[in-house]
Design a protein around this ligand. Sequence first.
Ligand SMILES: Nc1ncnc2c1ncn2[C@@H]1O[C@H](COP(=O)(O)OP(=O)(O)O)[C@@H](O)[C@H]1O
Ligand SMILES: [Mg+2]
Length: 460
Amino acid sequence: MTNSLRVRLLWWLLVPLAIYVFVTGKAAYDNARHTADLVQENTLLASARMIAGEVEWSDGRLLVDIPPAALEVFASPQGDQVFYNVSVDDGRLLAGVPDFPTREMSARHDAPVYYDADLHGKPIRAVGIVRQMYDTGAIRRVLVSVGKTQASRDAMLRELWRPQLVRQIEMVLLAVALTCIGLTFELRPLLKVKEEVMDRDPMQLEPLRVERLHTELRPIVEAINQCIARLGLQVAAQRRFIADAAHQLRTPLTLLETQLQFARQHREMEPTLSEALAAMQRSNRSMVGLTNKLLLLAQAEAADYTQLARQKVDLASIAQAVIEDLAMFAQKRDIDLGAELVESAWIIGHEGLLSALVFNVVENAIRYTQPGGHVTVGVARDAQRVTLTVTDDGPGIPAEARSRVFEPFYRASSDTEGTGLGLAIAKEIVQAHRGEIALKHREPPKRGVIVTATFFDGLM
Ligand SMILES: Nc1ncnc2c1ncn2[C@@H]1O[C@H](COP(=O)(O)OP(=O)(O)O)[C@@H](O)[C@H]1O
Ligand SMILES: [Mg+2]
């Protein structure tokens, strides 16, 4: 059986209800048939009695005059055919159809006898009664039989039985409809929970709300919440571990850098050794770079909006400082680094993190744009937002890589140095500030990428 709650509940409802409807329907049918038969038999008997009452002696012979009322009792819209037969025990027919299927009546017993028979190929219900006629010295038994076709009786049966059946089927359908509607309504809170879970950011580890849930569902959601809480502790522990590890790595790496520098100053050194030392220094520097980025990523991931240093910072002056820091790098790569900054753009946030954000995005633009290219850093402001845009006219990012560049360690170009952490850090920082970051390509014929970070907490 399917696992749908709706279908299962319907089965629970439909099977017993169908049995119930069948059993009560059968009882109702039997009842109705009994009633219809009774009514029909009473009419037959009344008619037979009326006819029997008209049998009389006349000059020593039995005669009968059929009263119209005896046949009128059968009047019905169904137009049943009525037959009768009045005959004496000596075989003489007093009235009616000669081939009427009469019944042998016992001599002593003169209670009416009801029976089914066939006349002219039609099934009929008939009654037979006997009237004893006395005359001087003679006793004659007159058998009066009346029969009719079944149309009005069947119609009555239908009328008695069908409405009940229809009502019961209506009730079942109503129950089904109400179950479906009720379930749809009652399942809504559950679907809400589902949507809430689906819409979540993977790292959003807040508990689900339980207030509007049914008591039956609360334990499930509470169990999920406990699970989320444990997961949250786990994630926090892991982030702390990465941050601690990166932090611990920095000291020996810095030390190593100094030692390498010192060693290289040694005069009488073999050229090969000097080369080896230079290579060691390069890889040590990239280790320092990686460690710093890891530490920054861990810090950005751990940063929570409510816990961010709640200070006002000016994104425009942060951008200005970053541009100054990167001016040399841009010059080295022959990139025209320009700025379009508003005078001030205050937001609530963490200065160090925001500075790292601008640095990473601008550095990318300079690094990946060909010599002679242009990079523009813009900070704009309106009533609700402060927007940082970094535009370049470089080669852009291949389509298949676009959705992945924000992932940690993902790099779309392998010919330059890098860690693949820059945009991941940028994204974490923007999210920690409840902002949005997006990467767009410029419309052809223009080339290059526009990275936009929007913050909604704009302060005038
Ligand atoms: N302005 C840009 N133009 C072209 N490609 C870019 C740009 N910014 C980022 N990318 C691509 O996105 C990838 C990921 O960037 P990032 O996370 O900063 O890592 P990294 O710079 O260390 O490689 C880069 O490897 C690069 O291929
Ligand atoms: Mg980068």
